[in-house]
Ligand binder design. Sequence first.
Ligand SMILES: NC(=O)c1ccc[n+]([C@@H]2O[C@H](COP(=O)([O-])OP(=O)(O)OC[C@H]3O[C@@H](n4cnc5c(N)ncnc54)[C@H](O)[C@@H]3O)[C@@H](O)[C@H]2O)c1
Length: 285
Amino acid sequence: MADSGTRSVGSYLEKIFSLDGKVILFTGATGGIGSVLCRGFASAGASVALCDVDAGKLAELEKEILAETEGRETSPSGFERVSSFTLDLTRMDDIVNCVDRAIRRYGRIDVLFNCAGINKREGLLDVEESTYDRIMQINLKGLYFISQEVAKHMRKAGKGNIINMASHNSVGMLGGCSVYGATKSAVTALTRSMAVEWAKFGIRANAIAPGHILTPLTTVTWEHPTRSRYLKERIAMERPGTPEEILGTALLLASDASSYMSGMMVHIDGGCLAGGAPWDFDTRY
Ligand SMILES: NC(=O)c1ccc[n+]([C@@H]2O[C@H](COP(=O)([O-])OP(=O)(O)OC[C@H]3O[C@@H](n4cnc5c(N)ncnc54)[C@H](O)[C@@H]3O)[C@@H](O)[C@H]2O)c1
């Protein structure tokens, strides 16, 4: 009896956390965090449409995912396990084409994962208009309009799920990140707008706010003698996170396990927002 109870709980959990049959359109697919999440999603049974600027890197990632999923070209539900689409989020025509091609290939998009993002560290008085425009275009405008484009199809389907990559900078600022931080704060606000306005179409939206994760975007900071010390003092776990440590939350948000979750931002930051490493104090241990 206990065994069959355990089995049914087990199969229920397996079902709600499964990505089998889900079509995920993923921007920033070849990046440090993106590539790890795309591999994870494909191995959890999803069909992943990899979207990014560099066709060569996309082809490489596609090959790696196929090899890791034992050469099976289709997911258990029969869809292509992985495909790739070049996408420059600064170009509106690219956004429309990319979504159109993915829809023609799969017939639907179940999950849109907005992971693409850039940063350029400059002081508030140094930032020039071209830098401002580029960060805004990729991190905010591109994310806004690809979401709008995908949501049109999700609305027709009566269901959909959007996951936006926010940041610790959505709530806490570092020096030299004014434009990046402004975009990431806006992404959080936008996530709430999507959750509120599109719930009636069966669409939910959530954001992930990574703290300090070691990737090509952040290596320069972690290799910096004073900035890496500064960061460690502000992280309770006193270390950067890895892209793999984002995967569990990403899986939760992409799957039906989070079906009643919308408009939320989940922080994954090793205890940074909680207060960081404690100051010196006397203990009896
Ligand atoms: N690494 C961290 O510590 C950290 C912390 C918080 C948030 N984030 C966010 O996570 C996401 C991924 O970061 P990452 O560290 O993997 O960075 P990354 O630089 O490795 O990846 C970013 C991806 O965005 C793509 N991209 C850049 N310009 C584009 C454009 N015009 N059109 C389409 N795609 C474009 C890049 O090609 C790249 O694949 C970003 O949104 C970033 O802001 C990262």
